[in-house]
Each structure stands twice: as C-alpha cells, then as structure tokens.
Design a protein around this ligand. Structure first.
Ligand code: SAM
Ligand code: SF4
Length: 470
C-alpha cells in the first residue's frame, strides 16, 4: 500500500483482502437469495456479502439480481428521477490522469477558465432550458482555490433570468483541506463529490504518474473525511469503471461507503459509477473495459448493497443504456448535458472536442429526456427542498422517517415538474407532464396532504407562484 499522506487517514482499502474475498467467494444461489432478502429490508451489505452477488454468473441467477434491483427501486424509492446538469468551469490541470483529456501533458486541449461574465451567460442558458440543479466541475489548479470556487458558487446563485434560478449547486473537484471546505460550504453548496477513480493501489499509481496532488492515493481517499470535518455533510463517492477489475471497484465503493457511515453516522449521499469514455489523446488498454452486461450487473448489485444511497447515472452513457439502467435504482441523471467549456451557449449540437474532458453518449435535450421519462411513468424532479430545509447529512432521513417519500419527495417532485411544464416545456412534453401529474395525484389518498398539494399546483399553474415546497 501507498502511505504518503499523513493527515490522519488510515488506509482502509486493503487490496489483498478485497482480492482474497473475490477469489474465495463462489457462486451460491441460496446465499444470493438470502442477501437479496436482506437488502429488500434496506439493510446495507458488507463487502463479503456483496461479493456473493458479484460471484453470481448463471444467467438465471443474474436475472434474479436484476429483478430484485428493479423491485427495490420500485417499492422503496418510487418513480422519481432527480434531474441536474454539469457545468465545467475550467480545464486547467496540474495532474496527469492517463484517462482524461484535461491532463497536464495533453497539449491538444485548449485551456479555458470561465470568467464571471462567462459563468453568467452559461447559467442564463441553463436557466432558459429549465434547470434548477447544477454540478460545477473543475480541473485541479492553484487558480481554482476555495475562494475561487466559493465566488463561482455565489455567482451561480445570483443569476436569475426570467423565472429561472439555480437552487442547488454541487461540486465535483479535487480534494482539499478542512479550511477550504469550510469556505466552499459557506457559499451554500449541496454535495461535494470526489471520485477515487480506482481503489486498486497499483492501478491508481499507474494512472496518476508524474507530479501533482492526485498522485497521492491516501490524500484523495481521505478527501471526503476532511470534507465532513469542514462541514460538508453531503458527499458523493465514485469509481471510474474501466481502469481495473469492476468487481474490485464495487467492493472499494462499498468499503468506502461503510467507512463514512461508521465515522460520521451517515454514508455518502450519492455514488457515481462513470464508465470510461473516449477522450482526446487517450489510448488506454481495453483489458478492463466493462461490457454493457457487466455494467448492468454492477449497477444492480450496488443498488442492493447500499440501499440508502442515491445513485447517479450520467450522460457518458448512451440513451439506450440509460433507459435500461434507470429501472435498477438510479435516482439522479443529468440531462441536456454539454461537457465542453462554455458549451451551453454553443449553437448546434456538435461538441468541440478540444475543450471537453471526454465524449458523451447522450446528447439529447433536457425536454426530450423529460418527455421520455414522463412517457415511461417516471416523475422528473428538480426538487431542492431537503437541502434548503436543512435536511442534509444525518438529518437527511429519506428512508428513516416512515412515509418520507409520500410526505416530501413525491409532492415536491410534482411541484417542480409543474413549474417546468408552465415555464419551459414544449407543448408535447407539457401534455404528457400534465397527464402524469393527474395520474400521480389520483394515487394520493384524500386528506390534508392531497389538498395542500392541489392548492400549490394550482398556485403554480394558475397564479404564477413559484418555489413552493414541503
Ligand atoms: N479534476 C477533478 C478530479 O479529478 O477530481 C474533478 C473531476 S473530473 C473533471 C470529473 C471526473 O470525470 C473524474 O473524477 C473522472 O472520474 C471522470 N473522467 C475523467 N476522464 C474520463 C473519461 N475519459 N471517461 C469518463 N469519465 C472520465
Ligand atoms: Fe485533471 Fe481531474 Fe482530469 Fe485528472 S480527472 S486530469 S485531475 S481534470
């Protein structure tokens, strides 16, 4: 193991142990069924238990895992999908990640950092489409220090175009120190995301050579523990699938999640599982690339192993993969995504490859994606209520408070959908959306919740009220 960082983190990822668990766990249908039953009770699975699901190979057994993930999603999480968009702020980078077009040694990438006016233009374009939730993405550079990030967050919140506003800003950026997290948190961020990329030490070393803070595995692994210390209690973990054995990475994610839970009483708010995409000047060995089938398996198994955690599936994946995986318990997707710098104000749909981190697979507009979700009976949600009502970290108890989804999530999803339909939807999407709202309201039992919700939806649709939530 690599032990460079001495900031207090014990390296809790033991490669030998994980490899050993994977090697010694063999296919066992009876255990698989027992563990499925356990996760249906929303109990997290230990790495050893997750390995049992990973060892299932027979197609019929894998189908049982798929069916269980679908059932868990349906019974426990309902049919909401939270919608967000990424906004790349700058692609300067001091690191040399082998898989990323932004790496320092890539001379082909045109380096840009959005200034305040550029940020305002991008936000106006995003608001004009109907977005309410963003994730800001940064390369790693001394220029992107805590003050810079905090100032960018404040700028984003300050832009209000027409009825548009951004109500939640998350961050995906390099790990930093506790004082910096405090400054960034004070600007009002939601989740701070850091992906470990690969939990396998040797692969990590191979992928992050040269200089730059990202060469230090342990500093990165400890990044979200420092974030918690700095007051960021909503954190997101992730692994970049395709760098090493996918089963190993799943156990890495599960171990990381349990460690956060153990230390802070709350696990990560979200898990991301980006799959490696083609990127400018990147030519990696395909040995560990994950097939669509295995990708499906890993998403279903993660759903079952970490039943309390939100799962994010990004537009790296093509529409058909997203469509299928959504059923397996994905809770957030991005839509109308552009990953090239200043891409939201570009005309046309052609990406400018010399300014983007990787190629995306789903270039559809926000409205197109929402229409498809509505037609498939999902409720697209722009809800930001928990975070703005202080229900974060330990207080975020979506699954601990009985009836939480009925009381908060579904009504808030419908309210934010109603706003979108009034302000931004195409006529076809509006029609589909209004039909879905009717169907959803019909499912709610008569009572004070239903009448309050009807009153608020009327307020949005008829009297122009906005930002109503429970
Ligand atoms: N620079 C910060 C860092 O590395 O932590 C912020 C994150 S980076 C801009 C966003 C994420 O994109 C990375 O953590 C990595 O997982 C992912 N990524 C990089 N290259 C990729 C590629 N070729 N395909 C898919 N995802 C990629
Ligand atoms: Fe830089 Fe992040 Fe890309 Fe690595 S993944 S080169 S740190 S932007």
């Amino acid at each position: 193991m690599d032990k460079k960082y001495s900031g207090g983190c014990v390296d809790f990822i033991d490669d030998g142990k994980i490899t050993g668990i994977l090697k010694t766990t063999s296919e066992d249908p009876v255990r698989v069924r027992e563990l499925i039953a356990k996760s249906m009770e929303k109990k997290p699975l230990a790495p050893e238990e997750t390995a049992v699901l990973l060892a299932a190979e027979k197609p019929e057994l894998v189908e049982e895992i798929f069916a269980a993930a679908k059932k868990l999603k349906k019974d426990v999480y309902g049919n909401r999908i939270v919608i967000f968009a990424p906004l790349y702020i700058g692609n300067l980078c001091v690191n040399n990640c082998a898989y990323c077009a932004f790496r320092k040694s890539n001379a082909e990438t045109v380096r840009t950092t959005l200034g305040k006016e550029d940020v305002i233009k991008q936000i106006e374009a995003l608001e004009d489409k109907g977005h309410k939730r963003l994730i800001l993405v940064f390369g790693e550079s001394p220029k992107y220090n805590a003050e810079f990030m905090a100032e960018t967050v404040r700028t984003v919140y300050s832009v209000k175009k027409g009825r548009g506003e951004i109500r939640r800003v998350n961050i995906n950026a390099a790990p930093t120190d506790i004082e910096s997290y405090k400054i960034i948190k004070a600007a009002g961020i939601g989740t701070y995301q850091i992906f470990q990329e690969t939990y396998h030490h040797e692969t990590y070393k191979k992928m992050h050579q040269g200089t730059g803070p990202k060469t230090d595995y342990l500093y990165r692994l400890d990044g979200l523990f420092r974030a918690f210390e700095g007051g960021c209690d909503d954190v997101g973990i992730g692994a970049l699938f395709g760098l090493y054995n996918w089963r190993f990475e799943v156990l890495g994610l599960v171990t990381h999640s349990l460690k956060l839970q153990e230390r802070f009483g709350v696990g990560p708010h979200t898990i991301s599982f980006p799959r490696l995409r083609p990127a400018l000047g990147v030519n990696l060995d395909k040995k560990y690339f994950v097939s669509d089938y295995d990708f499906k398996r890993l998403v279903a198994i993660l759903r079952l192993s970490v039943p309390y955690t939100g799962m994010i599936l990004t537009a790296r994946e093509p529409a058909n993969v997203r469509r299928e995986l959504m059923e397996f318990g994905v809770s957030q997707i991005d839509a109308g995504t552009r990953v090239e710098l200043a891409g939201y104000t570009d005309k046309g749909t052609k990406q400018k490859t010399d300014r983007e981190q990787f190629e995306i697979g789903d270039m559809r507009s926000l409205d197109e994606i929402l229409r498809e979700l509505l037609q498939n009976d999902y409720i697209p949600s722009f809800c930001t209520s928990c975070y703005r009502s202080g229900r974060t970290g330990k207080q975020f108890m979506e699954f601990a408070i009985p009836g939480f989804i009925e009381q908060f999530c579904t009504p808030n999803a419908l309210l934010t959908l109603a706003e979108y339909l009034q302000d931004y939807a195409t006529p076809e999407t509006k029609q589909d959306g209004e039909a879905l709202i009717k169907r959803e309201i019909a499912k709610i039992p008569d009572g004070s919740m239903k009448s309050k919700l009807l009153e608020r939806i009327d307020g949005i649709m008829k009297t122009g009220k906005r930002d109503l939530y429970f």
